[in-house]
Design a protein. Structure first.
Length: 120
């Protein structure tokens, strides 16, 4: 999983394009409880992981976090940069694969194409 919480640069924001879901939560604990079973969470906590470290263990999808709003995006990142947009593509088949992965763990969320600027 790629987790992006910001850049070491002169920019305070970055552009992104992601196919997936947005979770409106500024709590890593709440997101963990969506992504992992209670048994998995207890195992991580027994090993003294912090909540943000547990989220980082989720490797089935990319994750982007907006440093200003606390919103978290899960899915397939097409680009995330504070400079130029990268060339890329995502086929319908790949989008369906991402959607199925998301539905496995977040069945109440609908996939969308998200783009914009995230605070770092």
């Amino acid at each position: 999983m790629k987790i992006r919480n910001g850049f070491v640069s002169n920019s305070s924001s970055s552009s992104f394009v992601l196919f997936g879901v947005k979770i409106k939560s500024n709590s890593y604990e709440n997101v963990c409880r969506l992504l992992f079973t209670e048994e998995e969470i207890n195992n991580f906590l027994a090993e003294d992981y912090e909540w943000y470290e547990i989220v980082e263990k989720y490797d089935k999808l990319d994750m982007l976090c907006d440093g200003y709003s606390g919103d978290m995006y899960f899915g397939k990142t097409l680009t995330y940069t504070d400079e130029e947009l990268n060339d890329g593509d995502l086929s319908i088949e790949e989008m369906l694969e991402v959607q199925n992965k998301i539905k496995d763990v977040l069945p109440d969320y609908n996939c969308k194409l998200y783009f914009g600027t995230l605070g770092c």
